[in-house]
Design a protein around this ligand. Structure first.
Ligand code: SAH
Length: 213
């Protein structure tokens, strides 16, 4: 997702420390203090403009959600949308998925979502894919023992890579879907911005759920 830098992004982020965390390491091990209720914590890495994480927070008041985005302007767009809602179970972070171990204590997160992550199709960029083994090792640390990862993408290359990488890492799969939108799994599906765009063009959406047990 490429967006033009917006001048209002930094001031908006600075004006809403209650909703968007700009210095995530400060809250390591203390994320529950940011929410009204202490309940399981779900994290999306690469939330984009936030449609999915906001939709999830609305649909699941019994879960605390955190959306993480690296691009400041994109994060600020998500923040703007989140501010239009009143969601005591949602927090946003402007930060880098590579630094998750600096943001979260081991076991602090119950579930993670990777939606339409950048595919990095060139072989020499494989290490940047969010399902490369180094990222998986990070997820394993911050996730609780029963923790799971849910991934959705339209990109077959990234999907194949992720299946292989997770399998080689020793992860187990709870489910794999090659056409999510025409499956029973779609019943409670919350769509992301990219998902809507690609599905409208008739592209199948791939999904997997995996764990580290
Ligand atoms: N999940 C959204 C956006 C997908 S595009 C959707 O499905 O519509 C992928 C997003 O991941 C981009 O906004 C990009 O900036 C973000 N991203 C890529 N690498 C990241 C990283 N290391 N940490 C956090 N966000 C990242």
């Amino acid at each position: 997702m490429r967006v033009k830098h917006k001048k209002w992004a930094d001031p908006l982020i600075a004006a809403h420390p209650e909703m968007m965390v700009d210095n995530a390491p400060e809250l390591k091990g203390k994320w529950q203090s940011r929410f009204v209720k202490k309940q399981p914590l779900h994290l999306e890495v690469g939330m984009g403009k936030g449609q999915f994480i906001i939709g999830m927070a609305k649909a699941h008041p019994e879960i605390n959600f955190i959306g993480l985005e690296i691009q400041r302007t994109v994060a600020a767009i998500a923040l703007k949308k989140a501010l239009e809602e009143e969601l005591p179970n949602l927090q946003l972070i402007c930060g880098d998925g590579e630094d998750l171990q600096e943001y979260f204590e081991p076991g602090e997160v119950a579930k993670m979502y990777l939606n339409f992550s950048d595919p990095w199709p060139k072989k020499r960029h494989a290490k940047r894919r969010l399902t490369y083994k180094t990222f998986l090792a990070t997820y394993e640390k911050i996730l609780q023992a029963q923790g799971i990862i849910e991934l959705k993408t339209d990109n077959m290359g990234l999907f194949e890579f992720s299946l292989e990488s997770m399998n080689n890492y020793g992860m187990r799969f709870d489910g794999v879907w090659l056409d999510l939108h025409h499956s029973e799994e779609n019943e409670h599906n919350i769509e992301t911005e990219y998902e809507q765009k690609f599905a409208a063009k008739g592209q199948p959406i791939y999904k997997l759920i995996a764990n580290f047990k």
